[in-house]
Design a protein. Structure first.
Lengths: 178, 268
């Protein structure tokens, strides 16, 4: 019984890698809700959670990364995110499709990842905006004054997040090569 | 991959339906309960860092603010002298009319903000107290100066979500303190009015002046005479038969850290 519970060093490294991804997601969530919730960058609130989810999904592939996207977006929704149900669908479907596209057509590098991140941010914010526009009488001009700047400012965090995700992805590589 | 996409879509629909039908679900409450202490810790670290930053880089701003406050104190002392005589007269009139002293029935519960809403599309924040401190949905949050901040709209054991007056979903019955004209105050979503409140349904004969104070009219939810904001602009609404006023919120949301919840009051 106990020997079945034995975890190999390779499995330990696997657990460490996914724990680091989770901590990165939690850090982004805390920064977004605690720090940037009441402070703006260039007049808008950055949206860091989609950036982390997209980067991890793209680096880890459609299946493992997709599962990560599904679970984290569910947690994001349950933590009280604005229009959280939309986030579950958008933050899973767009990064997964982006990952497939990246691996099939584009190279799995920085620039395609940046492009997919911008698309994810844009789609998520647009769907929330449209819901507010049709059901909450939001002014249409805020698409230009709020949504576009929010997407662009959030995308500024992508290079740093991408770098961190790439580092975390390499956890265990040295062990496997020996 | 198809399974993950299908699961995501199903979960999105299920969470939308359950939150629409039942409000805050047990799963949301559980996640919020776990996250609130983490957010509280993160929030206090952020506050400490901000204090150090302000201490190091905010000296000139503080000096200017100090000068401004000194001027204000002199003005206020002058006003207090006038107010003293008016208060004596008022007390006499109250006694004559057998009116009870206002606001003595208020009971407060203080709380710190642990996180703010993550989007530009609504205005809510979470505090680190909930039903364990005797809070309930529908209770009013104010500053230490009696300025309205918002209403508790969701609650858990150790957390509560406050929807602020800046959010369009909140409507408050209010009146202009100087003239007594009544209207309904809500957040302004129109372009160019961000960060402002809008007071609708004012009668066309209402005379509105800059810096007119707007206060609550009193209801079972909001106590009477809480300060909502100050008039900064006015005009006729889209119908052309009623007036509206744009208000600067009385509470300073940018520097908000600690708030007070009115847990009990006697509605008139």
């Amino acid at each position: 019984m106990l020997d079945k519970l034995y975890i190999t060093p390779k499995q330990w490294l696997h657990i460490l890698r996914w724990t680091l991804y989770t901590l990165l997601f939690l850090l982004a969530m805390m920064l977004q809700t605690v720090v940037f919730g009441n402070h703006t960058v260039f007049g808008v609130q950055p949206n860091l959670v989609p950036v982390v989810i997209t980067c991890v999904c793209l680096r880890e592939g459609a299946e493992r990364g997709g599962l990560f996207a599904l679970l984290t977006s569910l947690l994001w929704c349950l933590s009280g995110a604005d229009e959280g149900s939309v986030s579950i669908a958008v933050l899973t479907v767009v990064p997964v499709l982006g990952s497939v596209l990246c691996r099939a057509v584009l190279a799995n590098r920085f620039l395609p990842c940046l492009a997919i991140t911008i698309v994810t941010l844009f789609v998520e914010q647009s769907v929330i905006f449209l819901l507010k526009y049709f059901f909450d009488n939001m002014a249409g001009i805020r698409f230009l004054t709020d949504l576009i700047p929010c997407v662009l400012v959030s995308a500024l965090a992508q290079p740093l997040v991408y770098l961190l995700v790439k580092r975390i992805e390499k956890v265990g590589d040295a062990y496997e090569s020996t | 991959m198809k399974l993950i996409i299908a699961l995501a879509l199903i979960l999105a629909v299920v969470t939308a339906i359950t939150s629409g039908l039942f409000g805050t679900t047990w799963a949301e409450k559980a996640v919020q309960t776990v996250l609130t202490p983490i957010r509280g810790g993160f929030s206090s670290i952020t506050r400490q860092i901000e204090r150090y930053y302000n201490y190091i880089f905010g000296y000139e701003a503080l000096a200017a603010k100090n000068e401004y406050l000194e001027r204000r104190i002199i003005e206020i002392e002058d006003q207090i002298r006038n107010a003293d005589s008016l208060e004596r007269e008022n007390a006499y009139l109250r006694e004559l009319l057998h009116l009870s002293e206002q606001n003595e029935d208020y009971q407060f519960c203080d709380a710190y903000i642990v996180s703010w809403d993550s989007s530009s599309w609504k205005s809510t924040f979470t505090i680190g107290k909930g039903t364990n401190a005797g809070l309930e949905t529908g209770m009013v949050a104010v500053t230490q100066f009696g300025q309205v901040i918002g209403l508790i709209t969701e609650i858990g054991t150790n957390w509560a979500v406050i929807t602020t007056v800046m959010d369009t979903s909140l409507e408050i019955s209010a009146s202009i303190a100087s003239s007594g004209h009544t209207g309904v105050v809500q957040g302004a979503y129109t372009a160019g009015e961000e960060g402002k409140l809008r007071m609708n349904y004012l009668p066309s004969e209402a005379v509105l002046r800059n810096n007119d104070q707007v206060i609550t009219t009193g209801s079972t939810v909001y106590p009477k005479d809480l300060i909502i904001g100050y008039v900064v602009d006015a005009g006729y609404d889209e119908t052309g038969v009623a007036k509206y006023a744009l208000l600067e919120p009385a509470a300073d949301f940018d520097t908000l850290e600690q708030i007070f919840i009115i847990t009990n009051f006697v509605s008139e």
